[in-house]
Write a protein that binds this ligand. Structure first.
Ligand SMILES: [Ca+2]
Ligand SMILES: [Ca+2]
Ligand SMILES: [Ca+2]
Ligand SMILES: [Ca+2]
Length: 341
């Protein structure tokens, strides 16, 4: 009978007020911070009357549609909403794109004052691609932004990560077509899976790449501009709704492939995208130290005399080397300067 009571309470559940949602959302929604993405403008979220914020209310029966047989079609640009009605309640939606392009699958709960800790699984059966998201940059609300390289039908499954349910456990879901969330100067070219296949990258250019298959490695090579004393390299992924948790590894010397640094001096791991900056002389000193140390153990291992410290390679990959899909995209760039740090 519990579900009947909950169902009967639909009328007495009040959606969070506009002001609640509007105060919290812009800070937690990365694409409102980006002038390059107008797919989810503030006016869309603030200018509507309450019903406009939930245009497709969930309709459960006693099965709580806990499988794909009761999947619901969700038109693009439409907010669906509902409740975690029972412990383990899951909700299934499908949406269709008739063209390739960037999509944003936005699940909200925390940002709107709900107690629900949602996850969502987005999949594209025809392309055999799937991803599970349990949050986003700065929030527990799942977000998936990705370039849909395949048009057709996509699926979304929602669930609650705890055991909570009831009128405090509302959720909202919308799929939107958006512009590229971050601009790039170059697009990755595979194959680039080995140091010998590293693709040259020019200082200041932003490369856009995808960790397209489980364990995908993407290699880049850069020449340090003359006179540079300082370098900074960074990736963007999670901040813009990618599923990738990026890691960078620095290798010196053309195609020799000598790793001297894993994540950099100031890598932002976990909830932030990997990034580092370093004094070049110090970095070379460190590399030379590694050579000396390593040669003590295995004198034949590193061809010390041929190391070229004017060029380095970067291996860019996911921290979890078993993942990769169209949902694991990133940008990567390095800049150099001659300013003292
Ligand atoms: Ca359900
Ligand atoms: Ca439900
Ligand atoms: Ca790749
Ligand atoms: Ca690759």
């Amino acid at each position: 009978m519990l579900w009947l009571l909950l169902f009967g309470c639909r009328g007495c559940f009040e959606l969070p007020s506009e002001s609640d949602a509007d105060v919290s959302q812009p800070q937690q929604d990365p694409d409102t911070d980006s002038a390059e993405d107008t797919g989810d403008t503030a006016s869309e979220d603030t200018g509507e009357a309450l019903p406009g914020r939930c245009q497709l209310e969930e309709s459960e029966d006693e099965n709580f549609n806990n499988d794909y047989t009761q999947i619901v079609t969700l038109p693009l640009e439409t907010w669906a909403c509902g409740y975690v009605d029972v412990s383990g309640d899951r909700e299934y939606y499908r949406f269709t794109t008739d063209q390739t392009g960037w999509l944003r699958v936005d699940t909200q709960a925390e940002a709107r004052g709900s107690s629900a800790d949602m996850d969502h699984i987005v999949s594209m059966p025809d392309a055999d691609e799937t991803v599970k998201q349990i949050g986003r940059y700065g929030s527990a609300d799942p977000l998936s932004v990705f370039y849909a390289a395949v048009s057709g039908e996509y699926l979304v499954a929602l669930g609650e990560r705890g055991s909570g349910f009831g009128e405090e456990y509302g959720w909202w879901l919308r799929v939107s077509e958006i512009k590229a969330p971050i601009t790039t100067d170059l697009t990755e070219l595979e194959p680039n899976d080995r140091v010998a296949e590293a693709k040259p990258l020019v200082e200041g250019d932003r490369y856009g790449g995808v960790l397209s298959d489980p364990g995908d490695d993407d290699w880049y090579q850069m020449t340090i501009p003359a006179g540079s004393t300082h370098m900074a390299c960074g990736t963007k992924a999670m901040e813009y709704g990618s599923a990738a948790n990026m890691e960078m590894e620095l290798f010196w010397g053309g195609t020799i492939g000598m790793r001297v640094w894993d994540e950099g001096v100031d890598a932002r791991t976990g909830s932030e995208d990997a990034w580092f900056e370093y004094d070049i002389a110090h970095l070379i000193e460190r590399a030379e130290g590694f050579i000396a140390l390593d040669r003590l153990n295995d004198p034949d291992n590193w061809p010390e005399d041929s190391i070229d410290f004017g060029t380095f390679n970067m291996r860019v990959h996911d921290y979890d080397e078993s993942v990769g899909s169209m949902f694991h995209w990133y940008t990567f760039e390095c800049t150099f300067s001659n300013q003292d740090k």
